[in-house]
Design a protein around this ligand. Structure first.
Ligand code: RNT
Ligand code: ZN
Length: 421
């Protein structure tokens, strides 16, 4: 390490925080205990390994044609191992049902079992990773109408009910095998481009489908269930069946997790503000850490105000233990492995910043009616030597503490990714 790097020493930085009543060691311990779920779909542009011959659909889109997309499970795992080697801490991998090792065998979604996922589970076990899971209700001929669990036809709904039931089984298989709770998240594309006069009927049917799916209970240590809302998608601009209100009430009344994706709300709505509003009523939260830009809800996560506020609110609401963090973005225009690392490092940095907040001091000022002091301290916090604390965390976790990881990604691009056609 260069002299310049040693010039950002940990001890005086920690001292600065300590003077404000912040215990840096305890913040680092808490950060170490948090895992972020790495979305496998960033590595191959949400294609998966099925042989059903379907294109990506469901109102989500990947743009860009950077070379080096993972073309099979081995490549995808290798890419994720590379990314994980540059992210401090112990993390998880998030799979979608379309990522089984089907080995060229046509397995329809309603026939899926844990068998094609056994190799994923072995790999996760060897690497000490947890696995999360998602049913895939898009990129399929039975989803081409834009409706799945709320479809008018019983046969179509039953097909998808069966799929999600099986996916929860697979999730429980991961949880049991790895002895790490698997979060199974359900997002469906259901909605319409233009006005419908049947808003209620679709929601009634979705409600019935959900209640049929989640009738089976699994041991909480193995499986937790979450449902994910959305404001609109490509082709579902006028109406989305699984809206925020719908799933909020469903998750609260059925004691499940609510998944909030940072890109799934109106741009002026604050997901951070929803944390303390929702936590008292649901079993827990799953956060899809993402970045909305214009119409796209899935840009690579960076350390911006939205992310900082979100993490700050989780910590202030004492909600870390009941909040599961997963990244959800897909960008094919830059090095895909590097995108994971940018997003995960930003997520962890935002969380560390939140854990380093002198919250007691701020709350005391607030209680004393000192609004000026509170605002001034929040501003001063922005220029504290956070970088030295982050670098220390990375060093302790044996990953690059500085920008040198960028060179590692460049090297991986040269030696591995660029060789893929
Ligand atoms: C789509 C949702 C969903 C997907 C993944 C692939 O808008 O955000 O979470 O991104 O399931
Ligand atoms: Zn999402």
């Amino acid at each position: 390490m260069s002299k310049r790097k040693d010039a950002a020493p940990f001890a005086p930085a920690a001292e600065w925080y300590a003077e404000l009543g912040v215990d840096v060691e305890s913040a680092l311990r808490r950060l170490e205990g948090v895992s972020v779920s790495l979305q496998c779909w960033q590595g191959d542009d949400v294609r998966g390994f099925e042989t059903l011959g379907e294109e990506l659909s469901g109102g989500i889109a990947v743009t860009g044609d950077h070379p080096g997309r993972a073309r099979n499970p081995e490549e995808l795992r290798r890419d994720m191992e590379k990314a994980l080697s540059l992210i401090p801490g112990n993390h998880r991998v998030n799979l979608h049902a379309m990522y089984g090792e089907f080995k060229g065998k046509k397995t329809d979604r309603n026939e899926i079992t844990s068998e094609p996922f056994a190799s994923w589970a072995d790999w996760a076990e060897q690497n000490g990773l947890g696995l999360d899971f998602n049913a895939t209700l898009f990129s399929h001929e039975k989803a081409s109408s834009g409706f799945t669990l709320s479809h008018r036809e019983t046969a179509v709904r039953d097909f998808w009910i069966e799929h999600v039931r099986r996916c929860r089984e697979i999730g429980a298989f991961f949880g049991r095998k790895l002895k790490k709770t698997c979060v199974h998240n359900l997002w469906i594309p259901d909605g319409s481009k233009d006005e419908t006069v049947s808003r209620s009927a679709y929601r009634q049917r979705l409600l019935q489908s959900l209640d049929a799916i989640y009738e089976t209970e699994f041991e909480e240590n193995f499986l937790l269930d979450s449902v994910e809302c959305k404001l609109f998608g490509l082709g579902s601009e006028a109406y989305v069946v699984g809206s925020h209100e719908f799933y909020l009430v469903w998750a609260a009344s059925r004691r499940h997790l609510l998944c909030m994706d940072m890109g799934h709300f109106h741009p002026t709505e604050s997901v951070a503000d929803k944390i303390s509003a929702v936590l008292p009523f649901v079993k827990g939260l799953l956060l899809h850490v993402s970045r909305g830009v214009r119409w796209d809800s899935d840009h690579v996560v960076i350390l911006n105000d939205d992310l900082r506020h979100l993490m700050a609110e989780i910590v202030r609401a004492d909600g870390l233990a009941r909040t599961h963090l997963a990244m959800d973005f897909f960008d094919a225009s830059i090095n895909r492995v590097g995108a994971w690392v940018i997003g995960a490092r930003a997520t962890l940095k935002a969380l560390l910043l939140a854990l380093l907040e002198p919250v007691e001091c701020l709350r005391e000022m607030e209680a004393n009616g000192d609004g000026f002091g509170r605002l001034a301290l929040l501003e001063e916090m922005k220029s504290l030597p956070f970088g030295a604390i982050w670098a220390e965390f990375c060093k302790r976790m044996n990953v690059p503490p500085d920008e040198s990881w960028i060179r590692e990604i460049h090297a991986y691009e040269r030696t591995v990714l660029s060789k893929r056609s």
